[in-house]
Design a protein around this ligand. Sequence first.
Ligand SMILES: [Zn+2]
Length: 471
Amino acid sequence: MPARPRPRLLLVLAVVLLGAGGGFLALRKVERPAPYVPPPYSPPPRRTNAAEGPNLLLVTLDTTRADRLGCFGNGLVATPRLDALAASGAKFEGAFCPMPETDPSHASMLTGLEPGRHGVLENGWRLLPERTTLAEVLRAAGYTTYGAVSVEHLGTKTGFHQGFDVFDAEFEGHQREGGDTLALVRTWLDDVASRPFFLWIHWFDAHRDVGAKPPRYRPPEAYLPDARTERLYEERSLPAEVARYDAQLRYLDRLLGDLLDELGRRGALRNTVVAVVADHGETLHELVDRFEYGYTHGDYLYDHQVRVPFLLAGPGIPAGKVIREQVRVFDLFPTALAALGLEARIPEGLDGASLLPLVRGEPWQDLPVFLRSDIRTKYRNTHEAALRQGGKKLILSREIPAEFFDLATDPEERRNLLAAGAAPPEAEPMRERLRAWLARGLAIEEQEIDPDLRKALEALGYLQARPERSK
Ligand SMILES: [Zn+2]
């Protein structure tokens, strides 16, 4: 039996606890939001030219690194629903975004074009109405199209709603918690399941460290790492922020599972092509020593910022397929149309290619991966552009020396072979190819960001003035 605490000590303890608890409660009272109430749903009119092909569900996971998910090799966090989806279809081990930023990358997925061609080179820039989106093509093919996003800069102000019969980007604040986005989509599901549909849901929950978010945008407490989990990460020399990041992925896995279950209960899942992809990855701890650069994305083109998960499952997609060839997120547009049996509707002149032949094991020619960063608003010593081809990667920057990596022997991109003195024979031809590609995008017109959206982006941690460093 523990000794009984002395009354006086008990009193002191009670006062301290009450004080702390009172403060905590007051804090929670101010910050805790009212429960989310989805807006009323009004179904769009029925079409007579209803499509007969499978449905399409597109899930975009913001800020999700491939290598932090269970099915891509992270043994520290359970992502059973993503893993099961990967096992039931095709898993692309080498999928890359063209630019590690939300709007440019999403615009690429939705148009099949590289940022240099669709023109969205920064968060907050508009996807112009003259671009043709996946939603527009599917709507013209008879699909009813639904979109729900979780951050303001993927909304109507930036033109991401084009082609959607039902689109929701209305929420208090600048973002929406993933469970709230799912609650909204739930109100659509009975109607969705009764029509040929394209449903795009975007979840923002992996963006930023848990500690940097107001409580309403954090995953439920049960998902956050406990002391034992943190110790597990510490033993592997991983900072606590990585444990918190992984926890957010675990929560996203749960949300995805709930969505799939809801569609399954309505009998819609078996006739649905499901694509899960991320817009970009995240630097977690890799660049702190080298560039004083912590938990964010957009500025460096190492694989941890640009390699993303990409899963495709459903009718016509063979199960258990692991694809090691490199692909790009903008290949999604023609791939999705091909998977729905709508090859004839793939627009001419896309940068993306249908990945179905690759999925089916047909002859395939390696695709180049061109990468660009946002170089206007950030540090000067960031990457500018990169080319990944033939297992090699060349990165060009404005103020740091060019880098060249042999990805087969150095997947973490630590040994710059150009710094070692002897230039590998591939380096010069790759540099010429990359320079020529970069020159292609220079006709894009600079856009003014909507002033309200600029404030929103600043509140989310974007567009902040950053110190210029000379080295
Ligand atoms: Zn993003």
